[in-house]
Design a protein around this ligand. Structure first.
Ligand code: ZN
Ligand code: ZN
Length: 931
């Protein structure tokens, strides 16, 4: 093997490890805030510290890396900030599950020890996702890796919380919130996933107090909540009931009389029974109705924090109480329905589909639950954030997502930010136990009694902080109560919603609240690349917080990418068994092929349907580049030095053509990158590299490479290697590893001063090298060639056979060009002989095809003997395809099938039928040509 010869095959694994280590060692990923130059910055959507790389991360990090590598090569001062999110509930759940294996409960450990345990877990496993991102080739500035709970970011959280509290934008209030009875915490509205469920609708009779013979009928899907009813509502204009407003009903199963109220919002005149039960402590709409009344309706909690029937519900009949207290809500429902039926209150039961909310972390049914929580008042923050998108300060791409953003922001509700868990940023609020009568502390045993003797049960402090408690909110831990001077103070046990700290991510990661150089250089960041499912959780809140605390948007562009689904378009999930594991794909096909696949399918607004075979296809693309490079390197003269000018008087038309085409591709790639049209970047490069460079140009170069004339040889060698080198730089952002490996093997004289492709300049188009004439010149021979290849395919001519071709040009100009380029046609189409003449006569039995430039006829002398066999073959194929056409036509004319089958299936079949018809026509033409 000579020094220039490449190994036969490209081996991704070793290459990837070697170059990633080299880039790290050279600190190419590191951004220097003092280096000057126009900045380009991106903050990574921090993956959960519990996470492992899934296909969504793979797509997300690939697209970011493409932008970052492109901008870095374009000379921008480029920073990509990486990091992870502490992921409150998710991480707490993981560690709790781990402890449960040893029968340990967090309450037995106590808060401090448990949090220590989570940190231990984070040290041990928190790097997993980071290491996996490195395998994707991500060129993040790892020196600047951040974690949402590291000291700097925690300082930012304190600063923001205290400031918003002082501004009146954070408050504590008793509200109905979403409660996960398993996680024992509040959830924000968007942390609740809604699912349809088949349930029942129960019609229950409530007798009027003054005349038990008259009964109002209410319908409910949750009869157990009747124990907490504090009113029955009717429409104030309903002629049947309006006179009853102000009277009372006897609430069944209880000794309670509840008022009949009028409410035109809660009760719809057109639907239902006309009467609605009102349970303000367990239903969001009822809670609002309760507040509309004067005086407001009482709120009776009937469930405890485990979603079991509470012990202290007032006025339940003793026999009912005995049966339901402590029972889970769903079980209690059965008992209540049975009791209602026994006592004659149940009128009827019907099937009823309705939507239920589930915890997005653990899928437990979420309960509307009344409890004191902390809220961010979002209205004043949302206003400027809406304006920023309206006036284009933040550009959302694709634009369609703007509506989603506006709709949510214009109807935004206050954000419940407190969570009753231990892992996270503890709320900086303290209470005085001495002078605050609404603060109670009790110690309860949480140890588990064992057999054979008493066990010293550990105790846990349980704080009850009433809604009237007066919090002391400040950045430093207070030593004593500012009101009475007592040192007997306690901290609010709640932590902040995990999205509170990620809302600050674009500026907290750059050092805020300190005034750092990084902040002044890299904020606002240039682009945010994320998926649509966190537009509300994250994107909207970052815009609100960025504008409030930095008076400047957090990013200029938001690019929302698609979801990666399986090949059928279904969401990937473990239970369906259709998950594509990025790490398996990387091991199998190499990172570059995987990245290229994701990019090629990343069309705006369209979900990606991914199959492993696609990645295999792009592995072949990587191999194609490798093999073309092997060819180039083996065909350079021993003492090769490139011409200073790529195009000179010795360049062939093909040389000029490929150089010209390259300029177009450079422009296309640049435009597409600027508009986040990632799939167009990939397809431009794929087409250029595979079809134009490897298939056409490499083949066309063979004649010149054989030339005895040193200058002609050198001109073509220069073109081969210079175009390849530029192409590698264009491709580098998508396929970083193979491009570096090949680039480093090119002659030093062709690759500039840089020590790595990743820090060499991104190609710029040179208008002077665009050569329309050469492109026009190449067209007739390329088109003719393509048509000849088609005939070969149609006629089943094996690659080894060398047919003869007669060409009849349409114009004098075409004749001239075709004659001059006929050597290309001969070699590219694998012909034995070519004859070009304006008045050519085609031999009988030859196959013909037409282009804009010429009619060509191909014949195979030895094939002529085979006319009969060929005719039989064609007829058999026509028969077969006719059968297919019949089957599909029948299927598609069946109205039942067309109406019921999924749209994609019908479309697919229609396309198939069209294909068959075209193919049959071609086969019939071939058959005709044989005669
Ligand atoms: Zn949960
Ligand atoms: Zn006090």
């Amino acid at each position: 093997m000579t020094s220039r010869e490449l190994p036969k095959a490209y081996e991704p694994k070793a290459v990837e490890e070697r170059w990633y280590a080299y880039w790290l060692e050279k600190k190419y990923f590191h951004a220097d805030e003092n280096a000057g130059g126009a900045p380009f910055s991106i903050v990574i959507p921090p993956p959960n510290v519990t996470g492992s790389l899934h296909i969504g991360h793979a797509l997300n990090s690939t697209l970011q890396d493409i932008l970052v590598r492109w901008m870095r090569m374009s000379g921008r001062n480029t920073l990509w900030v990486p990091g992870t999110d502490h992921a409150g509930i998710a991480t707490q759940n993981v560690v709790e599950r781990q402890l449960a294996k040893n029968n340990v409960d967090r309450h037995m450990m106590g808060r401090e020890a448990f949090v220590k345990e989570v940190w231990k877990w984070k040290q041990e496993y928190g790097d997993r996702i980071i290491n996996q991102l490195k395998r994707m080739g991500a060129s993040c500035d790892w020196d600047r890796e951040r974690f949402t709970m590291d000291p700097g970011l925690s300082k930012a959280v304190l600063e923001v919380f205290v400031t918003l509290y002082e501004e009146g934008l954070i408050y504590r209030g008793e509200r109905l919130i979403n409660w996960c009875p398993r996680c024992h915490t509040a959830l924000s509205d968007i942390e609740v996933e809604h699912e349809d469920e088949k349930g029942k609708l129960y019609h229950i009779a409530y007798p009027l107090s003054h005349d038990n013979n008259i009964r109002l009928t209410v319908a409910t899907t949750r009869p157990e909540t009747m124990l907490g009813d504090t009113a029955v509502a009717v429409h104030p204009l309903d002629p049947r009931y309006k006179d009853l407003i102000g009277k009372t009903v006897d609430l069944p199963l209880t000794g309670r009389k509840i008022p009949i109220i009028g409410d035109s919002i809660l009760v719809d005149l057109e639907f239902g029974t006309g009467a609605v039960k009102v349970t303000p402590a367990h239903d969001f709409n009822d809670a609002e109705a309760g507040q509309r009344q004067t005086p407001q309706l009482a709120r009776i909690k009937i469930l405890n924090e485990n979603a079991e029937i509470a012990i202290d519900i007032p006025d339940i009949l003793p026999d009912v109480r005995k049966l339901v207290v402590g029972k889970p809500a769903k079980k209690a429902r059965g008992i209540i329905v049975e009791l209602l039926s026994e006592k004659g209150y149940l009128i009827k039961t019907e099937d009823h589909a309705h939507s239920i909310g589930k915890c997005y972390r653990c899928k437990t049914i979420v309960e509307p639950y009344l409890s004191p929580q902390w809220f961010v008042k979002t209205g004043p923050l949302a206003e400027p954030a809406i304006k920023a998108v309206e006036d284009g300060s933040v550009r959302i791409v694709p634009k369609g997502w703007e509506n989603t953003y506006f709709e949510w922001m214009r109807n935004i509700k206050d954000w419940c930010i407190s969570r009753q868990i231990w892992w996270g940023h503890q709320i900086p609020a303290w209470y005085c136990k001495k002078c605050d009568s609404d603060v109670l502390e009790a110690r309860i045993g949480v140890g588990v009694a064992t057999e054979g003797g008493p066990m010293p049960a550990p105790t846990e402090s349980v704080l009850t902080i009433g809604i009237n408690a007066k919090p002391i909110v400040q950045k430093e831990d207070p030593k004593k109560c500012p009101r009475c001077g007592s040192t007997d103070i306690v901290r609010d046990p709640d932590v902040l919603d995990t999205w509170f700290s990620s809302a600050l991510w674009p500026f907290s990661t750059l050092g805020w609240p300190d005034k750092t150089k990084e902040l002044s250089v890299y904020y606002p960041t240039s682009a945010l690349i994320t998926s649509f499912d966190i537009i509300f959780f994250w994107v909207a809140r970052m815009i609100m917080m960025g504008l409030h605390f930095r008076k400047e948007v957090p990013f200029r562009d938001v690019y929302i990418h698609a979801l990666v689904r399986d090949v059928e378009g279904l969401k990937m999930s473990k239970s369906k068994g259709n998950v594509i594991d990025p790490l398996v794909m990387i091991d199998q096909y190499g990172t570059d092929a995987f990245r290229f696949t994701l990019t090629a399918f990343a069309a705006q607004g369209r979900d990606i349907k991914l199959a492993p075979e696609r990645i295999e296809g792009y592995r072949n693309f990587a191999n194609k580049i490798w093999n073309a490079t092997r060819f180039v390197m083996m065909n350079l003269d021993e003492d090769f030095l490139p011409n200073p000018k790529v195009v000179n008087e010795y360049s062939t038309p093909a040389d000029k053509w490929i150089v010209s085409r390259l300029q177009h591709v450079i422009k296309e790639v640049g435009f597409a990158l600027e508009e986040y049209r990632f799939n167009d970047v990939a397809s431009s490069l794929y087409h250029f590299i595979w079809h134009e460079y490897c298939d056409w140009y490499v083949e066309m170069s063979k004649n010149a490479l054989k030339s005895e004339n040193h200058s002609i040889r050198k001109a073509t060698q220069t073109t081969l290697v210079v175009v390849l080198e530029s192409t590698l730089r264009l491709l580098h952002p998508i396929m970083p590893f193979i491009t570096e490996e090949i680039w480093q093997k090119l002659p030093v004289s062709t690759r500039g001063k840089a020590n790595s492709i990743m820090v060499s300049p991104f190609p710029k188009a040179d208008e002077k090298l665009i050569n329309i004439e050469s492109e026009r010149y190449m067209k007739p021979s390329m088109d003719t060639n393509l048509s000849l290849r088609n005939i070969r395919g149609e006629m089943n001519i094996p690659p080894s056979a060398r047919p003869e071709v007669i060409i009849r040009p349409e114009t004098e100009e075409a004749r001239k060009i075709l004659e001059e380029t006929q050597t290309y046609i001969t070699s590219l189409s694998g012909l034995s002989k070519i004859q070009i003449s304006m008045d050519a006569i085609f031999p009988p039995g030859a196959s013909t095809s037409t282009t804009t430039w010429a009619v060509s006829a191909m014949s195979l002398p030895e094939k002529a003997l085979d006319v009969n066999t060929e005719r039989d073959r064609l007829m058999k194929e026509i028969a077969k395809i006719s059968k297919d056409i019949e089957v599909f036509s029948k299927k598609l004319s069946n109205k039942n099938f067309v109406d019921k089958a999924p749209k994609e299936v019908v479309e697919k079949d229609t396309a198939k039928l069209e294909d068959f018809k075209v193919k049959r026509e071609k086969l019939e033409q071939s058959l005709k040509a044989l005669r």
